[in-house]
Design a protein. Structure first.
Length: 336
């Protein structure tokens, strides 16, 4: 599991964004003494240095440099200990099944979740690599991401997990928050999005196959090595039970849109997915509805989590209008 420094990189078709890891926030400070305790508990050797990774909005993340190597330390800000333990154990099972996700390190007591600053923590090996910028995504990249997502779905076939934090009822509650926004532009989106949520929820096929979904396989959650292979899939915090075709369409929305839908990228991603897990006829027919449901979900959550959130911490701000535009683009086509 990884973290990335705050940096601004110009993106073109011939470049990738080089990071050491995934960006999230430093919301809870960690002292040198506390980090030394963590290093001992996880068998990392003597602490040399700990560096906060100041970006994002969800968890607190650090690069921990010790005598035995360099590691990624996460403090779970929103999940309680039970949720962190569940995620850590899931990552162990997925890694054992061949999914390209870093294994959380084990403590001296045999567990993977520790405590620091009164909150649950996990420690991962540090992996360097690159994140693709949108202009740098190729058809080969899209195919490999499709293959990797299908590997998660296959490996998670027997995972029993709840639906997570973005059920229909959860999104309705967020729409109530948006309706009360001080910003009139945001408040005006509530009735529009409520109508679209109802329309596309009703259009979805309730019989489509379900299982473990990543839920957030965006470009900053895939790390690439120098040979162009996937080095790691990151950030399973949003993993839950859900519709597998929905998860595929979340990933299409994240990787295959620039100013408009790139059908060549979308086709490559779906082909790669089907090389590992073929879609049923019903799943194929339902891709547009699943994509619209996904676009509505991210439009709503980006309004509540970014546009409406005021913070004095440095963080990434994700634009909700991008997903509103992707929703409009999908609504204009009949099938992928």
């Amino acid at each position: 599991m990884l973290g990335r420094p705050i940096t601004r990189v110009l993106c073109s078709a011939s470049t990738s964004l080089r990071y050491d890891a995934l960006a999230l926030a430093v919301l809870t400070p960690l002292s040198q003494a506390e980090a030394s305790v963590v290093a001992r508990e996880y068998g990392l050797g003597e602490l040399v240095r700990i560096e906060g990774i100041p970006a994002g909005s969800v968890n607190s993340n650090f690069r921990l440099i010790a005598s035995n190597g360099t590691y990624f330390l996460r403090i779970y800000e929103e999940q309680g200990r039970d949720g962190a333990v569940e995620e850590g154990e899931l990552l162990l099972r997925l890694a054992a099944a061949g999914v390209a996700t870093p294994r959380p390190l084990t403590r001296a007591d045999g567990g993977v979740i520790g405590t620091a600053a009164g909150k649950p923590i996990a420690v991962f090996p540090w992996r360097e690599g690159v994140h693709r910028c949108q202009a740098g995504v190729t058809a080969r990249d899209a195919r490999r991401v499709g293959e990797a997502l299908a590997s998660v779905h296959r490996a998670g076939a027997n995972e029993a997990r709840g639906e997570g934090r973005f059920r229909y009822e959860d999104l309705l509650a967020r729409l109530d928050v948006i309706a009360g926004a001080r910003d009139a532009t945001l408040a005006a989106q509530a009735p529009i999005l409520r109508a679209k949520l109802d329309t596309w929820t009703n259009a979805r096929d309730a019989s489509l196959p379900r299982g473990l979904i990543h839920g957030d396989l965006f470009r900053d959650n895939v790390l690439w090595d120098d040979a162009g292979a996937i080095a790691a899939l990151l950030d399973f915090e949003s993993a839950s039970g859900g519709v597998l075709a929905y998860d595929l369409m979340v990933t299409v929305l994240a990787w295959c849109f620039g100013d408009s839908l790139d059908r060549a990228l979308a086709s490559a991603m779906i082909d790669g997915y089907e090389s590992v897990r073929p879609l049923t006829r019903e799943e194929r027919r339902g891709l547009v509805a699943e994509g619209c449901a996904a676009a509505i979900r991210f439009t709503i959550t980006r309004i509540t989590d970014y546009a409406m959130r005021v913070s004095d911490q440095p963080r990434v701000v994700k634009e909700w209008r991008r997903f509103a535009a992707r929703l409009a683009a999908l609504e204009a086509i009949e099938r992928l």
